[in-house]
Design a protein around this ligand. Structure first.
Ligand code: NAI
Length: 245
């Protein structure tokens, strides 16, 4: 089978583990020259704190020097903070937004000068960006990322740069491993496909959106959540009535 990303230089953030590591592997398999980055040390990962403007400027300078161009950016790095409305501190709001919103903004600002027509940016949102969700700092940051993504798609479209958003549901990674068991069980109850997701459910879509096969897709938002956000709460009603029948 033809590799779809041969000759493309792609930056992935948050690639030390979880979805980012799987995305970096999948993109490499498709022939991309992947620059895997993370705030944590990991084999094969270059250090990059997405909330640091200086770190992005240094990365952009390195890419300019080594490759001259960049064709793809996956803004995957993200953090959660599970405080509710009553408990959340402004400092935690700021910290979560710095990584989940300002991080992707800085990536776009620093790497798009190295991008030309055909380049593609994928932002990793969340099912929490499509509904209400109790961790308010995380939820509001992912909603803000949607606004950033759509604005970027509008602003960068005339330069031939596409920007799309993937919204994962419950995916088995370190992030969800730290959640209470009840969180997993409640997610399963609300997910029509009746299972949690894996990193391999996400990567094919990221590869597709970075490839030229998606050349007329921009400003799109695609849930990869087993149907979690599609029913607006109607599943529990349906399940309750079925159980009653
Ligand atoms: P993860 O916690 O396994 O991986 C996140 C990675 O981001 C880690 O390697 C971490 O070191 C890195 N990171 C954190 N802060 C950073 C910073 N300041 N700069 C650079 N890297 C940083 O989580 P997972 O699941 O792989 O998350 C990937 C993305 O998917 C995140 O944006 C997350 O919000 C999103 N997501 C995850 C879901 C899930 O169920 N796991 C559901 C919906 C969205």
């Amino acid at each position: 089978m033809t590799k779809r990303l041969v000759g493309k230089v792609v930056v992935v953030t948050g690639a030390a583990g979880g979805q980012g590591a799987a995305e970096a592997e999948a993109l490499t398999r498709e022939g991309a020259q992947v620059i895997a980055t993370d705030v944590s040390e990991a084999p094969g990962c270059r250090r990059l704190d997405v909330s640091s403007e200086r770190a992005w400027a240094e990365l952009a300078a390195e890419i300019r020097e080594s490759y001259g161009r960049v064709h793809g950016l996956v803004n995957n790095a993200g953090i959660t903070w599970r405080a509710r409305i009553d408990d959340v501190h402004p400092a935690d709001m700021a910290r979560v937004h710095a990584v989940n919103v300002t991080g992707p903004l800085l990536g776009i600002q620093h790497l798009t000068p190295l991008m030309g027509p055909g380049a593609s940016i994928v932002n990793v949102g969340s099912s929490a960006a499509l509904t209400a969700h109790y961790p308010v700092a995380y939820t509001s940051s992912k909603w803000a990322l949607r606004g950033l993504s759509r604005t970027a798609a509008m602003e960068l479209g005339p330069r031939g740069i596409r920007v799309n958003t993937v919204h994962p549901g419950f995916i088995d990674t370190m992030m969800t491993a730290s959640a209470a068991p009840a969180f997993r069980e409640a997610n399963l109850r609300e997910t029509p496909l009746g299972r949690t997701g894996t990193v391999d459910d996400i990567t094919p879509l990221v590869v597709f959106l970075l490839s030229d096969d998606a050349s007329f897709i921009t400003g799109a938002e695609i849930p990869v959540d087993g149907g979690l956000t599609s029913h607006g709460g109607a599943k529990s009603i349906s399940d309750a009535l079925r159980a009653d029948a």
